[in-house]
Each structure stands twice: as structure tokens, then as C-alpha cells.
Design a protein around this ligand. Structure first.
Ligand code: GAL
Length: 696
């Protein structure tokens, strides 16, 4: 992907939602209900403090029921009513669900499975974003919608499409292969260069004509050329961004000043930072914390039997959203149980959890919360995705929780625009992740390691960010953090190592995990010692490595504590670095270096030759002196999440209790709960699923 010239780059960090005050919204589908219900629905929403509706993301046929014949009266009536009631509207482009006439008349727009079978009308997201016909028809309907509704006073912003790449993030239509060839031609210029970069010399895969190249097709053992598959994912991301840019450019012509353009994510094979830079004003996210429970096997409200904090693992996703837009919106906040008729069986949120989960999003940087959805649909695949109200339309406990929030958020008037404050960042790198999906020698390390850092940070009250390691990162960004963890960035660019060296020289601390930097940008293994350019920073390199079955994983003693070394072991060799720990167990490399450290300037870099267990992360956090970030003000049990948001010298300290039991904590200073106005000093109790936002 072509890097943007540094000067022209609009930074993601400047692309945040701008809300005057914390705002509640809801996803509403006027087309699902008799028109006679709209007025009462809007009145009930307003009475519960819901002042924004998101509409129309699946409603193409309301605008173009017949090809080329556009009608607007349906949403004219809805928007006018909304305006009358004081309800603001986020209007969506309906391109995730093209109508039946379209896909029947132009089957070339359809996405296909890898074997070429077309995916047909009847679900959603079934078109390919590279089909010229689809792009033309999308551009036309968006232009018609934007031209007609763009100046409507009820509208405050636009959502493009809906959850792109959510049902699939791979595309195999003919148009994809054609567009992929153009992408490759543009990138590599000649077949010779393409063949070289894609390693096609292996197994005689050389291409002698561009027309021989396709997006991945069925192969034996389901193992197409890995370098080309990685390139295909970069191409999927580029195609999606171009699709958004096409729509955003149209919307920009017609929107009112101040109206925003966003989309809801986040899904695979899409570089959301690049998307945000090129096409959006900020990102929104759809937050469904229940997806993080082992579905159907776990009881909400009890600590999970594994001790893993599944009930709050969603916070990790929210941290990733924050790495795109520091302040974001939640376009869909789970308000009921799931799911479809056929899958996604999720328990209903327990009393208190709707509110808790909404505050979890807010604690992590959301300034807008729109619940999914106002009322459960009575038809279709999602008749079990429960809304605030059920089919019976009676007032519900969920509605009560929304109303409770309506009152409480009045106390959070200064919150919007405040930033989640972390001193620890865990890096991620899109290309390494995409490569890792198809590489069992490094891909499976990242998920557990990142989760374990997250768990360790959570239970030790160490606020943590995720940091995208792309070309936008500057030394200044890095210096915001005292500790950077780069778990297993296999495709670590050399240029980033220069930046990391400057960061360390100025006092930063970096910890690399196994398999760092052993591949180049195409996923090939250059003939040099691992971790590549990072070797000079850590003062040593990898001599040998092996995957390890669970029963053969060795341990180490690190800073006096026993630490397990899961999944993969690298046998290290020091150069000008020092050995901090050696393997002990029963392996042939017992006694060999497992952790290295090298000091440069005012800082240091560590290399950790395995995946990270939770205890390893905890030991390293303690070593860095970063745990219990709120220690002077609060003493908290591990069951409570601590999340600080800061603005203009003021700190909003969020406390969230994910358990169904009361939790005791201590205020070391007099504090006030902004949600209730109540003072707290000394010993205090956070009720089951309780939330407080404490201020000094
Ligand atoms: C989201 C999607 C919604 C709805 C919801 C519940 O992913 O945007 O349209 O499907 O999940 O499944």
C-alpha cells in the first residue's frame, strides 16, 4: 500500500467524534413497524433520554424499489416527524443490502465462495466491492439519497454501509480477480517483480501472464500461495476503502456543515486507520460484550471458571477502536440477548448489565451510545436479537436502565472530549495479523499474548492502550507511553525500529515477544538473524526456535518469579545485551537464554522468547513499576476495572464491577461519584454490576 506523504497525512488522533455532551441514541427501523407506531416510539425514546436515531442502513428498496425510479416519501415522513419531536437522525447509506431486482438482473455484482459459487440474495453483505456495476449502482443510490435528504435539519450525520466485512472478509467474484490484477500491476509493474515478491519460484508457481492470476481459488490442503494471499487481504482492505471513499465524496457534496460521516466496525481485512484517514470523520463501533462469553457455557455474573475476565474482554476491542478515534461513538450497544434463528445464542444481559456495558464503552472513550435496537424485530433472521423493548412493546427493565442513565449522565457534562489515559501500549500491525491468519507458526501466538497483557493490566489496574504500528506513528506518539509491548509483530518494518531506537534512547521501554521481525512485508523470511532490525535494540538474536506442546513448555525465573513460557520457544543468544532469564525444564536448550535486555540511552529494550502468559505480563508490568495506576487515590480489588479519562487537568475515574456481587474498595482521598453526586471516603462498596465515576 502506498504510504501517504507525511505532510499530507490527516492524523487519526485528530479524527474523533465531536459531541457537546454525552448522548444516547438507538437503532430504529421505521420500515419494520406500522407507520402509526412511529410517533409513540419517538415519544417514548425522548422520554427515556434517547435523542438520536440511526436509520435506513438496510432500506434500499424504500428509495429504489424499481431500477432507476427513486422515491423519498417514506423517509421524508419519518424525518419530518423526527424534526417535529426534536429527535436527531443518523442517516445510513443502504449498500449492505442491495435489492433482489439488482442481484437478479446483474448477477456479476455477487460475491462468491472460494470455489466460485455465487452467494445469493436472502442474507446481507453479498456483493463484491470491486464490481463496476455494483459501484455504479451504489454511487447512484447514494447520490440520490444525499441530494434529497442532505439538508434535512433532523440529520446530524451519515453512516456509510453497515459493518463492512462482517459476514465475510474475503471476496472471490470474477470482478475481484480482475481488480486484483490491476492492483498487482499498479503495485509491482512487471510480472518479474511480482513473481519475485510472491515467491512463485516455489512449487513452480511463476506467472507468465497477468490473466493467470486470480484471487485465491480452491487448492489442495486449502493452502494457496501465502504471499499472494497476504496481498489479497491488503487488496480487500484497499477495495473497501475505495468503496467508502466513493460514497464519502458524494455525501460531502450534499451534507450540511457540521454533519459527520462515519461507519460502524470493526471487522477483518480492513485497515481502519487508513479508512478513517481517507474517508471518515471518525469511527464508530458495535459493542456486544456477550460475544466474549463462551456462548451458552458460561453464566453471566459469576467470575468465569477459567479466571479469565471474559465479561470485560470487550474492553480490548474498545481499546482498538480508541486507536483509530480517541473519542468514538457506539453505533450499536448491546441491550438484549442474542441472536439469530440459526446461531449466536446469547443469554440476556442480567439486570444492570445493559447500563454497565454502556458505561464500559464510555469509560474507554465513547461519547455517544446508540443502543441496538429499539424493539426486537418480529420477522426475519434476527427475531431473537432483543432490543430495549421486546415484541410485546411493554416497558421493560432495559428501558428502566436507559432512563437511569438519562439522569446520571447529566453529572458527566464535562466528560466529552476527555481521553482515556494509559501509560502502557500494546502494539498491533495489520499486515502481521493478516499474515498470521495463514501462518500457524506465529499467528496463534498473538491472540493469547495480547489477551494475557490485557488481563494482567485489568487485574492490576494498569490502563492499557492498543497502538497501531503504521506509518502515522511518530516519536511523539510513542513518548506518550512508558512501556510499549510488541507481542509478536512478525512483519515489523525496519523503519519502525529506527523510531523505537529513538524512543528507547529518550527513556522509553520496549518489550518484544517471540517471532518479532522474522518476515518481510510480503511474508517472506529474509536471510538474516531474527528479530531483524530489532536485533541491535535488544542486543542479541534468535539461534533456534520450536513450537512447544503444552506438556513440554519450559519455564523461566524472571525477576525472582516463576513464569511459564507457552506455545513457542526461541533459544536466544546475547551479543551486547544481557541475559535476564534462561529456560529450565526438560528441553535440550535448558540453560539457554530466554529473555534478553539491552539499555540504550535513557531506556531499554527486552526480548522475550515465547508467547506471554498472564503471569509473565504481570511480572513485567511490576518490573516497569506501572501497576495500580490509581494507587494514591483508590485501592481496588481485581474484580473492579479502573478506567481513567482525562481532560484539562481533570480526571474522571471510572470504576466498573463486572460481577454479580458487591465489591469493596477504598478511597484514599475524599471523592465524589458524578453519577449520583454522593461523596465517598475510606471504605466503600460498588454494588453488583455497579458503576461509579469518581472525581477528586
Ligand atoms: C450487528 C449488525 C446489526 C445486527 C446486530 C445483531 O453486527 O450491524 O445489523 O445484525 O449485529 O446481530
Amino acid at each position: 500500500m502506498q504510504a501517504l506523504p507525511a505532510k499530507a497525512m490527516v492524523k487519526n488522533m485528530e479524527k474523533s467524534i465531536q459531541m457537546e455532551r454525552l448522548t444516547l441514541g438507538v437503532c430504529y427501523y421505521p420500515e419494520h413497524w406500522p407507520e402509526s407506531m412511529w410517533e409513540e416510539d419517538l415519544d417514548r425514546m425522548m422520554a427515556a433520554g434517547i435523542t438520536v436515531c440511526r436509520v435506513a442502513e438496510f432500506a434500499w428498496s424504500k428509495f429504489e424499489r424499481t431500477e432507476g425510479v427513486f422515491t423519498f416519501d417514506f423517509f421524508d415522513r419519518f424525518l419530518d416527524l423526527a424534526e417535529k419531536k426534536g429527535m436527531k437522525v443518523i442517516f445510513c447509506t443502504p449498500t449492505a443490502t442491495p435489492p433482489a431486482w439488482l442481484t437478479e438482473k446483474y448477477p456479476e455484482v455477487l460475491n462468491a465462495l472460494r470455489d466460485g459459487t455465487l452467494v445469493r440474495h436472502g442474507m446481507r453483505c453479498h456483493c463484491s466491492h470491486t464490481s463496476p456495476v455494483f459501484l455504479r449502482l451504489c454511487a447512484r443510490v447514494v447520490e440520490e439519497i444525499a441530494a434529497h435528504y442532505g439538508k434535512h435539519p433532523a440529520i446530524i450525520g451519515w453512516q456509510i454501509d453497515n459493518e463492512i466485512n462482517c459476514e465475510t472478509n474475503l471476496y472471490h467474484s470474477e470482478s475481484d480477480s480482475l481488480a486484483f490484477r490491476e492492483y498487482l500491476k499498479g503495485k509491482f509493474g512487471t510480472l518479474e517483480r511480482l513473481n519475485e515478491a510472491m515467491g512463485t519460484v516455489f512449487w513452480n508457481q511463476e506467472y507468465t501472464d497477468w490473466n493467470e492470476i486470480f484471487v485465491a481459488r480452491p487448492t489442495l490442503a486449502d493452502s494457496p500461495n501465502p504471499h499472494l494471499l497476504l496481498e489479497q487481504k491488503k487488496f480487500v482492505s484497499e477495495s473497501a476503502i475505495a468503496f467508502f471513499k466513493l460514497q464519502a465524496d458524494i455525501l460531502k457534496k450534499y451534507r450540511k456543515p457540521g454533519d459527520f460521516i462515519t461507519t460502524n466496525g470493526m471487522f477483518g481485512h480492513l485497515d481502519y486507520r487508513e479508512l478513517n484517514r481517507r474517508a471518515l470523520d471518525f469511527i464508530t463501533y458495535d459493542s456486544y460484550p456477550n460475544f466474549f462469553f463462551a456462548m451458552g457455557t458460561e453464566t453471566n455474573g459469576n467470575a468465569s471458571p477459567t479466571g479469565k475476565l471474559k465479561d470485560r474482554a470487550n474492553g480490548l476491542s474498545l481499546s482498538r477502536v480508541r486507536s483509530v478515534s480517541p473519542n468514538f461513538g457506539i453505533m450499536e450497544q448491546q441491550s438484549g440477548g442474542g441472536g439469530w434463528q440459526t446461531r449466536l445464542t446469547q443469554p440476556a444481559p442480567l439486570p444492570g448489565q445493559l447500563r454497565l456495558w454502556a458505561y464500559q464503552s464510555i469509560a474507554h472513550g465513547a461519547d455517544f451510545i446508540s443502543f441496538f435496537r429499539w424493539r426486537t424485530c418480529t420477522v426475519g433472521t434476527e427475531i431473537y436479537w432483543n432490543g430495549i423493548l421486546s415484541w410485546d412493546n411493554r416497558d421493560s427493565r432495559q428501558l428502566e436502565e436507559v432512563k437511569q442513565m438519562q439522569g446520571e449522565i447529566q453529572g458527566l457534562s464535562g466528560l466529552t472530549g476527555s481521553k482515556y489515559r494509559a501509560k502502557v501500549a500494546v502494539g498491533y500491525h495489520y499486515q502481521s495479523e493478516w499474515d498470521g491468519e495463514g501462518d500457524v507458526f506465529h499467528g496463534p501466538l498473538s491472540g493469547p499474548s495480547v489477551m494475557n497483557w490485557f488481563y494482567a493490566c485489568q487485574i492490576s489496574h494498569t490502563p492499557m492502550d492498543l497502538l497501531c504500528l503504521d506509518e502515522e506513528v511518530t516519536l511523539e506518539t510513542l513518548l506518550d507511553y512508558e512501556l510499549l509491548v510488541l507481542p509478536h509483530i512478525a512483519l515489523l518494518p525496519d523503519s519502525l525500529c529506527d523510531l523505537l531506537e529513538a524512543y528507547v534512547s529518550q527513556g522509553g521501554r520496549v518489550i518484544f515477544g517471540a517471532r518479532t521481525g522474522f518476515k518481510d512485508e510480503f511474508g517472506r523470511c529474509p536471510m538474516r538473524p531474527t528479530p531483524g532490525a530489532a536485533a541491535r535494540l535488544v542486543g542479541g538474536s534468535v539461534r533456534d526456535y520450536t513450537l512447544v506442546p503444552e506438556d513440554r513448555a519450559a519455564g523461566i525465573t524472571l525477576f525472582g518469579e516463576e513464569v511459564s513460557m507457552p506455545l513457542l520457544h526461541e533459544v536466544l543468544e546475547e551479543a551486547d545485551g544481557e541475559v535476564l532469564a534462561r529456560y529450565h525444564g526438560t528441553a535440550y536448550y535448558d540453560g539457554s537464554p530466554a529473555v534478553l535486555r539491552k539499555r540504550t540511552g535513557k531506556g531499554e529494550a527486552l526480548y522475550f522468547g515465547a508467547a506471554f502468559s498472564e503471569e509473565a505480563a504481570l511480572v513485567l508490568l511490576r518490573y516497569a513499576g506501572l501497576t495500580e495506576a490509581c494507587g494514591e487515590v483508590l485501592t481496588l480489588p481485581p474484580e473492579i476495572e479502573y478506567a481513567p479519562r482525562e481532560k484539562a487537568g481533570k480526571t474522571f475515574r471510572f470504576l466498573l464491577n463486572y460481577t454479580g456481587k458487591p465489591q469493596s474498595f477504598r478511597c484514599e482521598k475524599p471523592l465524589t461519584d458524578l453519577l449520583t453526586g454522593e461523596p465517598h471516603n475510606g471504605d466503600s462498596i460498588l454494588p453488583p454490576f455497579g458503576v461509579m465515576v469518581l472525581e477528586e
